[in-house]
Design a protein around this ligand. Structure first.
Ligand code: NDP
Length: 259
């Protein structure tokens, strides 16, 4: 199996949970990326402390202020990343930032539905639009004609909760806004895969498992999977993907999830 080997990666929501796990695992790779762009909406805040500590020890971590629900913030982030990269492209965009509201159907509101959709679905859409030139550049600069995550890829961290046919965890948490936002993110991933294939960019929706993070614990039950296991699994899956898998919905163990 080919190793995942990227020169540059951007992870959104990189200051805690699964996003921070990605940063830590990229650092531990035999050949770590030259640039690990860690998107974080409040780099000076308490919740960014661990990421700041890591960045102070590893010069390849660049903390990028990034609020994924704000187009101006996304635009500024793309410009900053472009500056760091000089003339080269961005290999891997991991749209990880996400939020949940543990509402039941009766308590969903316009505000909550909008906020969750904006963060979980529109954020990844705008991110891909803004970083497309850099992703295209990475694809053009890599040898070979096939698709791979080492070349150029958009990875949308979705959830099995957005699977219409699986209704996973309904008895534990309804979270209608979350489920709808992730079902829409799955469709977005498919659309991106169709549109960006000709540019050499692989696109995939990935379920990280039920993971021990603040979001994972929001259901009120202890999640079974550690951040380490989830991220390690996802990176292994990413290393195996080719044009056959673009536009699919997979989990952290490589299983295909029904839409
Ligand atoms: P956490 O709650 O631990 O972390 C969420 C991260 O997203 C934080 O860094 C947070 O930043 C960031 N974030 C939230 N909203 C925004 C925003 N508007 N702009 C920028 N950053 C934002 O969650 P997880 O690590 O568990 O979740 C990561 C992804 O995995 C999400 O997309 C989630 O839906 C998905 N997922 C998680 C599962 C689980 O069991 N944990 C299961 C299935 C999917 P801040 O610290 O500033 O709030």
């Amino acid at each position: 199996m080919a190793e995942l080997s990227v020169r540059s990666v951007l992870v959104t929501g990189a200051n805690r949970g699964i996003g921070l796990g990605f940063v830590q695992h990229f650092l531990r790779m035999p050949k770590p990326p030259q640039w690990i762009f860690a998107g974080c909406r409040d780099p000076k805040g308490q919740r960014a402390q661990e990421l700041q500590n890591l960045a102070s020890k590893h010069s390849n971590i660049i903390i990028i202020p990034l609020e994924v629900s704000d187009p101006a913030s996304i635009k500024a982030a793309a410009a900053k990343v472009g500056e760091h990269l000089g003339g080269s492209g961005l290999n891997l965009l991991i749209n990880n930032a996400g939020m949940v509201k543990a509402n039941i159907l009766e308590t969903e509101t316009l505000e909550d539905m909008s906020e969750v959709y904006t963060t979980n679905t529109i954020g990844p859409l705008l991110m891909a639009q803004a970083f497309l030139p850099l992703l295209k550049k990475a694809a053009q600069g890599s040898p070979g004609s096939g698709l791979s995550c080492s070349k150029a890829a958009i990875v949308n961290i979705s959830s099995i909760a957005g699977s219409i046919s699986s209704f996973f965890g309904w008895d534990i948490v309804q979270g209608t806004s979350y489920r709808c936002s992730k079902a829409a993110l799955n469709m977005l991933s498919k659309c991106q895969s169709l549109a960006y294939k000709e540019h050499g960019i692989l696109c995939v929706a990935l379920h990280p498992g039920w993971v021990q993070t603040d979001l994972g614990a929001a259901a009120g039950h202890p999640p079974p999977t550690t951040v380490d296991d989830s991220v390690q699994g996802m990176l292994k899956v990413l290393s195996t993907l080719s044009e056959k898998e673009t536009g699919t919905f997979l989990d952290w163990e490589g299983n295909v999830i029904p839409w």
